[in-house]
Design a protein. Structure first.
Length: 227
């Protein structure tokens, strides 16, 4: 059996670390923890985690700086913990390099769902799946999408959505599957599947001449037509 995924928690609130560690270990993960950004960075180099849960406001080196340092070294998925809504926009900026976020106070269940989704995404990305269709090219490492050689500007969620379709290799995905894969929610969580429709519509717009590849499958969901 493969070794359990290693998760590094970088968070200065010790009670939160304790709760997260307990639940992650219970879910079968290995856990390392650090209480400030500098300690976090050395733990990152030492533990080589598969995923980092990162608090934004940290002593010594804050979450933004930590993210930049990590991104210089690796593509490890980062789940940000943010306390304030106004931090969210910054966190979502792709240039920062965080992959997802939850706002405090969070439910442990939500964190576990996001962790699971991010790890699965990482595992899939490592596979030999062609990240192109027609004149559409996706560069996973640079977070770049090109249509007919010209860069398309996608939001983080639109990018994940496109990646999710490419990984499905032409198979139709239901709205629930898309929600789970892109947003990391499981079905019991209350989110409207219309969110998927809205994002697909926006993604289609941005795909320009390749928009026709994104096909609506009646009573099911969507599929992306490969070559
Ligand atoms: Ca903090």
């Amino acid at each position: 059996m493969a070794e359990a995924a290693m998760i590094l928690i970088v968070e200065d609130e010790k009670s939160l670390v304790k709760v997260l560690r307990y639940n992650l270990e219970k879910a079968g993960y290995r856990v390392a923890a650090a209480h400030d950004g500098e300690e976090g960075l050395s733990a990152f180099c030492r533990a080589k985690p598969d995923l980092v849960i990162l608090d934004l406001m940290l002593p010594k080196l804050d979450g933004f700086e930590f993210c930049k340092e990590v991104r210089r070294r690796a593509k490890t998925p980062i789940l940000m913990l943010t306390a304030r809504k106004e931090e969210v926009d910054k966190v979502l900026g792709l240039e920062l390099g965080a992959d997802d976020y939850v706002t405090k106070p969070f439910s442990v269940r939500e964190v576990l769902a996001r962790v699971k989704a991010l790890l699965r995404r990482g595992g899939q990305a490592a596979g030999e799946v062609p990240m192109r269709a027609g004149s559409l090219e996706v560069d996973l490492e640079r977070y770049e999408v090109r249509v007919g050689g010209r860069p398309a500007s996608l939001s983080a969620k639109e990018f994940e959505l496109l990646r999710c379709f490419l990984l499905a290799q032409g198979k139709a995905l239901t709205r629930e599957q898309i929600l789970e894969r892109v947003w990391g929610y499981d079905r019991a969580m209350d989110i409207d599947t219309r969110t998927v429709d809205q994002h697909v519509a926006r993604l289609r717009d941005k795909l320009g001449p390749e928009a026709g590849r994104l096909i609506t499958v009646k009573n099911v969901g969507y599929r992306l037509k490969p070559d």
